[in-house]
Write a protein that binds this ligand. Structure first.
Ligand code: MN
Length: 347
């Protein structure tokens, strides 16, 4: 199987492969910038891309906004990740790469403090699969049919192999790509999983992956603090609209009481969505000074990305998010119960 056998290997990705290939072979520097709070797809895709850039002779730098979630720390190359805007002595504007690649998001606002690394780079490239992505100018490839950006990176690597006549895909890249796909598809269970997803995964398996170990590490293993938080949170969830809306607020106090952190809240929305009559699950996380982050998971036709857009957020059809400023958990909960109810009535 080669990259061109697969749908989605369209002209924009070919143009991007040519640009990355040319830059890397001439020893260029490439900043790889996934969205804030990098998840498995963001981190795995970034590292896979870094591996291929360096195998072509380029100098990649994966820069995250926050330190990597512990469940993702076993990705090959994770130890080379930089966190935060790199500081350079003296001239502040001198620190820009030959190319910057925005990954798993389509707006510079999703890069947080690292946005200048993108805007100042010589060449700017966007690789994404979000429905809500706005970025269309320049070198961008946004494919909402891809279950994970990991699939796009896989195609990119196959295109680079065709272009260079070299075998580039390695075990380490395959681990990162499979990790990206596993996390964004919930282990091939979410409705974004396609025939292409399985074809790519099948090919990646020929690189000697231990799928049991990977799945356990990325999808199952948890801290005892997360387990305790899940218990506390479960008893607090509220249901509205004949059980079609589930809302759960995670307060700073709940995190303090259980010793859990932000990352330990991952998966709670999926758990709520699993409850039979629930069509939309909203998990609210209390931030500092009146900010509330909201994670949405939905099913049965509730458009998460559309709902998130009402509040300036975005995402996918069944998974999205946004944040609210200048509110309290109580006000946000009441307001969202009402808005989600209206949204359901209109659908
Ligand atoms: Mn993704």
């Amino acid at each position: 199987m080669t990259g061109t056998d697969l749908p989605g290997s369209d002209l924009s990705l070919i143009a991007i492969a040519r640009t990355i290939g040319r830059l890397a072979r001439s020893g260029g520097s490439v900043d790889i910038l996934p969205h804030v709070r990098a998840d498995g797809d963001a981190a795995g895709s970034s590292l896979a891309l870094a591996h291929v850039v360096s195998s072509l002779g380029g100098h990649p730098r994966v820069v995250l906004e926050e330190s990597l979630d512990w469940t993702l720390a076993s990705f090959p190359g994770a130890d080379s990740i930089l966190v935060g805007m790199p500081r350079t002595e003296g001239e502040e504007n001198s620190d820009h790469a030959d190319a910057a690649i925005m990954l798993d998001c389509g707006e510079t606002t999703r890069l947080g403090s690292r946005a200048p690394l993108f805007t100042r780079a010589g060449v700017r490239i966007v690789l994404d699969h979000h429905l809500s992505s706005q970025h269309t100018e320049g070198l961008s490839h946004i494919d909402p049919s891809a279950a994970a950006v990991g699939e796009i990176i896989y195609r990119l690597v196959r295109l680079l192999e065709e272009e260079t006549g070299r075998a580039l895909l390695s075990h380490d890249m395959a681990v990162c790509m499979m990790g990206a796909i596993l996390t964004d598809t919930g282990g091939f269970r979410f409705s974004n999983t396609t025939r292409d997803t399985f074809e790519i995964a099948s090919d990646l398996m020929s690189y000697g992956l231990d799928i049991g170990e990977l799945s356990y590490g990325l999808l199952e293993s948890m801290t005892v603090e997360k387990y305790r938080l899940t218990g506390v949170a479960s008893s607090r969830a509220a249901f509205h609209h004949d059980g079609a809306i589930a809302i759960l607020g995670i307060t700073r106090q709940m995190l303090a009481d259980t010793g859990a952190d932000e990352n330990d809240t991952n998966g709670l929305a999926n758990m709520l969505r699993a409850i039979q009559p629930v069509r939309v699950a909203l998990v609210l996380k209390e931030g500092e000074d009146g900010t509330v982050r909201v994670n949405i998971r939905s099913k049965d036709g509730f458009n998460s990305a559309g709902f998130a857009a009402l509040f300036g957020g975005g995402g996918h059809a069944r998974a999205a998010g946004f944040h609210l400023d200048g509110t309290t958990m109580q006000d946000a909960t009441a307001m969202l119960a009402e808005k989600a109810g209206e949204w359901l009535d209109r659908a």
